[in-house]
Write a protein that binds this ligand. Structure first.
Ligand code: HEM
Length: 405
């Protein structure tokens, strides 16, 4: 049924409840929570511009590699246990933001850190069903703090302020003949083709890239560290593969992936077990439609049970972290159709390629240089997630012990 929902146009809508539209000026704008012709056009044009600036190409790999190097350097110079839960946030923003806004921030940039904390908070106070704010939006006038309204409003006020400043800076220095990034490209499109997009559209596309692109990859990467710190044998096997394919004298590159199938299997197993988008992003029926034996009335929200799909009856010992389940006896990768962490069909995640590349490069670079250890006396961190728009790991610390190769 999940496959049927994501492959039929009639289920390609997105809900327009209060929670989903309060981040976009009360309207359906941008990519994630938009639908119909406007969604189609925004998604298509945003992807065209992203690709125009190197998204999905060698340029993207260079940005990822640069961020990995900065992260590894930072870890080398850190001699205490590291609280890892938002460890990748700024590196991930930097990678996306090179395309969108042409900017890079230092890994200890205070404003960016605050912004990332805001995004994390906003992902914790709500869930994808839309919560009370969508079913009873009037309660925001009665108990705004209790139902997360105050927090959501504050977070989005700060995020929009940040984006407005960036867009204003772009407008001041715009050269219509030579766009520098996606924001420039949208501004030029708006100038040449009046009415095609408005500044609100651009602001929500930028917000989509920040919100959909950062928490998702960060939380998955953090779960990956969590599973590895709990399992030294898997760390050793990863390091054996890295040592054999990459060695110690150069950094891993994306083209190593095809010879590092155990590393790929660790990433797939992380995506399965963590399932950080437990119900995907809600779809909505655009007309009355039949689904199996059910009649789904127009306007019904549909949540995809991805966590259940990834952790249910199909899998042997689903609660165990076993990368081997994705490898044949000969060591080749098994593509299992029950694993679809990025969705599929017309609404599939636009960041899948980027996310998979980031996860590979973070993992390979970190494991090439460090052993992951728990600080003495610290209990084994729990794999039990914190609920929210995406699932995240409970706070835990790791010692990144430099490897003697
Ligand atoms: C591990 C990381 C990620 C996971 C697990 C993930 C998962 C998903 C899922 C399940 C969907 C919904 C598919 C559907 O509605 O059927 C989605 C949509 C989306 N994702 Fe991701 N995502 C990740 C990373 C990213 C990144 C890095 C970006 C951007 C740079 C991104 C941008 C988007 C956007 C814009 C959509 C909305 C697409 C649409 O509605 O047309 N995601 N993602």
């Amino acid at each position: 049924m999940i496959k049927e929902v994501i492959s039929r146009d009639v289920f390609d809508g997105r809900p327009d409840g209060f929670l989903y539209t309060m981040r976009s000026f009360g309207k359906k704008l941008g990519i994630v929570f938009n639908d119909g012709l406007h969604w189609n056009k925004t998604r298509r044009v945003a992807l065209k511009f992203l690709k125009g600036f190197g998204y999905g190409s060698r340029q993207m790999e260079l940005h990822i590699a640069e961020e990995c190097q900065a992260l590894v350097e930072k870890l080398k110079n850190t001699h205490e246990p590291v609280l890892v839960n938002s460890m990748f946030d700024i590196s991930i923003i930097n990678i996306v933001w090179r395309f969108v806004a042409g900017e890079r921030y230092e890994l200890d940039d205070e404003r960016l850190k605050k912004l990332c904390d805001l995004i994390t908070r906003c992902f914790r106070v709500a869930d994808m069903s839309g919560g009370v704010l969508t079913s009873m939006p009037y309660l925001r006038h009665v108990i705004p703090d209790l139902i997360g309204y105050t927090e959501m409003k504050e977070v989005h006020r700060a995020l929009h302020q940040f984006l407005r400043e960036i867009i204003e800076k772009h407008k001041e220095t715009l050269d219509l003949k030579s766009p520098r990034d996606v924001i420039d490209a949208f501004l030029i499109e708006m100038h040449n083709n009046i009415g095609s997009f408005y500044e609100e559209d651009l602001q929500v596309v930028c917000l989509d890239m920040l919100e959909a692109g950062v928490e998702t990859v960060n939380n998955t990467a953090v779960f990956m560290l969590l599973y590895l710190v709990r399992n030294e044998a898997i760390q050793r096997r990863l390091q054996d593969e890295i040592d054999e394919v990459v060695g110690e004298n150069r950094a891993p590159v994306l083209s190593d992936r095809k010879r590092m199938l155990y590393t790929e299997a660790v990433i797939m197993e992380t995506l399965r077990l963590a399932s950080i988008a437990p119900v995907g992003i809600p779809h909505m029926a655009l007309a009355d439609a039949k689904l199996g034996d059910y009649v789904i009335p127009k306007g019904t929200f549909i949540l995809l049970a991805l966590h259940e799909l990834h952790n249910g009856i199909h899998w042997k010992d689903p609660e165990a972290f076993q990368p081997e389940r994705f490898l044949t006896r000969e060591g080749n990768l098994i593509q299992d159709e029950w694993l679809m962490p990025f969705g599929s069909g017309k609404r599939r995640c636009i960041g899948e390629g980027l996310a998979r590349s980031e996860l590979f490069m973070f993992l390979a670079n970190i494991m090439q240089k460090f052993n992951l250890k728990l600080p003495p006396g610290h209990p084994m961190p729990s794999i039990e997630p914190i609920d929210g728009l995406t699932l995240s790991a409970k706070p835990f610390k790791i010692i990144f012990e430099p490897r003697c190769q």
